[in-house]
Design a protein around this ligand. Structure first.
Ligand code: COA
Length: 180
């Protein structure tokens, strides 16, 4: 398990799946705001790649996020589109509603940076998030990500096009211990 100050990132366990499906995935608005793919219902027990992990998919590394204190499941995190030639990847995360606003998101980003830069030897990490997602923007910026641009009207979200902000962090600018 990868450990931050408050959370751990571990493999997806089978009994995580119904919790993630009910509390995260089945929330159509939240899903539509945090996933580029359109929401659609997932049949319980199906092999849908949004929840079931395919260990053979090397470019996509999903984690379940747990509280270090007690091990309760609090959400998901992912390093995706890992490109070993350009040594870059994207990061994504989603916390259960009851676990938001307690500093976990900032900690998850820190752990994903450690995984990307230290464990995987990457050079650049990237995040795209809706321009009104203040908590995600702040979680990224507290870990040193900088805003590199606005992708105008790039996301179709519940009936309208919204802007996304592109944030990036290079390994040489990463300061693992100071989140200011
Ligand atoms: C985005 C998300 C991962 C952030 O995690 P979090 O644990 O809620 O965020 P934190 O508690 O670490 O807060 C980070 C910062 O944002 C601020 N913040 C938290 N919630 C906020 C809100 N609703 N509005 C404005 N600021 C907020 C915090 O005060 C903190 O700022 P600080 O460092 O100055 O104190 C989480 O809210 C979430 O899962 N949201 C739904 C899914 C999602 O949007 N995923 C991202 C898709 S790209």
């Amino acid at each position: 398990m990868l450990k931050g100050g408050k959370v751990g990132l571990r493999a997806r366990h089978e009994d995580d799946i119904p919790i993630l499906q009910t509390e995260l995935y089945d929330d159509v608005v939240n899903h539509s705001r945090s996933d580029v793919r359109p929401w659609r219902p997932v049949t319980p027990g199906s092999k849908d790649s949004r929840l079931i992990v395919d260990d053979k998919e090397e470019r996509h590394v999903p984690f379940s996020v747990v509280e270090l204190d007690g091990g309760t499941l609090v959400g998901t995190a992912v390093l995706w589109n890992i490109d070993n030639h350009n040594r870059s990847a994207h990061i994504g995360l989603g916390l259960l509603p009851s676990s938001r606003g307690q500093g976990y998101g900032t900690d998850v980003v820190a752990v994903l940076c450690h995984y990307g830069f230290v464990v995987r030897g990457l050079h650049r990490l990237q995040i795209e998030t809706l321009s009104d997602n203040a908590a995600m923007l702040r979680s990224a910026e507290r870990n040193g990500f900088v805003r590199e641009g606005v992708l105008r009207s790039s996301a179709w979200v519940m009936g309208e096009f919204l802007d996304e902000v592109l944030l990036g962090l290079l390994v040489q600018d990463w300061k693992p211990d100071t989140r200011g």
